[in-house]
Design a protein around this ligand. Structure first.
Ligand SMILES: NC(=O)c1ccc[n+]([C@@H]2O[C@H](COP(=O)([O-])OP(=O)(O)OC[C@H]3O[C@@H](n4cnc5c(N)ncnc54)[C@H](OP(=O)(O)O)[C@@H]3O)[C@@H](O)[C@H]2O)c1
Length: 322
């Protein structure tokens, strides 16, 4: 049976996706995240329900040392046969960080560190261990597109400049709003997905790199740092009605989770590399992401700057530019 490693697979959209991968696609799973008590409990429930192999991996995407440790452990799982046939990597963990500006252990702004740099490093460390038909799926967001209601509502993206984003608010400069930090992190996610696709093709690899937008799903824990009344309001039917009327992409935990699983494992998406899929109103479609997300120069700069920020060593680089 193939194996999928999913970050943030114990909650929200990731958990629904994990259930689908286990039940429909019959994938073994590696659940990776920082909340081990919850992850182990979820792993036990999934094992019992679906009779598949599930391993767990401690991984805090905001910490470079945690990502390196997790990658070492995962490679050991492959070497010992605890995990076989690594076919899917789902970079799904992420957060919206309201409240005061904060920085990761490595000194980088928390949104960019959590949503972008951790997954970037994980991909560099693990892609070489993936099978030829492997897929890497990035959970992005419609908020990355300033020409859509999603982008306008959450915060118009800033320049996807990794060094500036990692150092947001430093040196007395005015920081971006939490909304802009989030939407820009999702633009960077899509730029990574497309740049990875180009690199893989140039390297002669058939691994797919795919971007996915689950649509707005207020029932998850994503808004947990927002004030309680805002969290409550976001989950009401009234808010759903309004956001639908103004054209915000509509997801649901079940449909968005199932869509993520489809993109990662369904044979119909085998040739979907370099594309962007969106779940909206119960339909999963192949759609265009924002104009900026197709900018190859910006993507290349983001990639190279991210390499510098994660202090990537030459022997760690999976996705060589040839
Ligand atoms: N919900 C939406 O409306 C929406 C829309 C578009 C895109 N998305 C994206 O969908 C993905 C899943 O979010 P969700 O809506 O399902 O929210 P969620 O219920 O809060 O799930 C987020 C997952 O990410 C994990 N995570 C957060 N920070 C982490 C870190 N530093 N290290 C490891 N894991 C971490 C969380 O684990 P903990 O339990 O440890 O926090 C949780 O498992 C995210 O990338 C989000 O940006 C969501």
């Amino acid at each position: 049976m193939p194996t999928a490693l999913i970050t943030g697979g114990h909650a929200g959209i990731g958990l629904e996706c994990a259930k689908q991968l286990a039940s429909r696609s019959r994938y073994n799973l590696v659940l990776a995240g920082r909340s081990m008590e919850q992850i182990n409990a979820t792993a036990q429930q999934l094992r019992t329900a679906y009779d598949i192999r599930i391993s767990t991996l401690e991984l805090d995407t905001s910490s470079l040392s945690s990502v390196r440790d997790a990658a070492t452990k995962f490679r050991a799982m492959l070497d010992t046969g605890e995990v076989a046939s690594f076919e899917a990597l789902l970079c799904n963990a992420g957060g919206y960080f309201g409240g005061p500006l904060s920085y990761s252990k490595d000194g980088y702004e928390t949104t960019f560190a959590t949503n972008c740099l951790g997954h970037f490093l994980l991909i560099e460390l693990l892609t070489e261990r993936m099978g030829d038909n492997g897929r890497i799926v990035f959970t992005a967001s419609g908020t990355h597109d300033p020409d859509t209601a999603d982008g306008k509502m959450v915060g118009i993206v800033a320049e996807p400049d990794a060094i500036a984003l990692a150092n947001d608010g430093r040196d007395g400069k005015k920081p971006l709003s939490a909304g802009k930090r989030y939407s820009t992190s999702k633009l960077c996610t899509i730029l990574y997905a497309y740049e990875l696709h180009r690199r893989l093709r140039r390297a002669g690899s058939s691994i797919a790199s795919i971007a996915f937008d689950p649509g707005a799903v207020p029932q998850t824990g994503l808004l947990r740092t927002m004030p309680k009344p805002v969290q409550w309001l976001a989950k009401t039917r009234f808010m759903k009605w309004i956001t639908k009327r103004v054209g915000v992409t509509q997801g649901s935990i079940s449909f968005s989770g199932a869509s993520l699983a489809k993109v990662a494992a369904d044979p119909a998406y085998r040739n979907a590399s370099g594309r962007y899929f969106q779940s909206n109103n119960g339909a999963l479609s192949d759609t265009r992401s924002s104009k900026l997300s197709y900018d190859e120069q910006r993507a290349l700069k983001l990639w190279n700057d991210s390499k510098t920020l994660v202090r990537l060593q030459p022997n760690e680089e999976s996705v060589q530019l040839r």
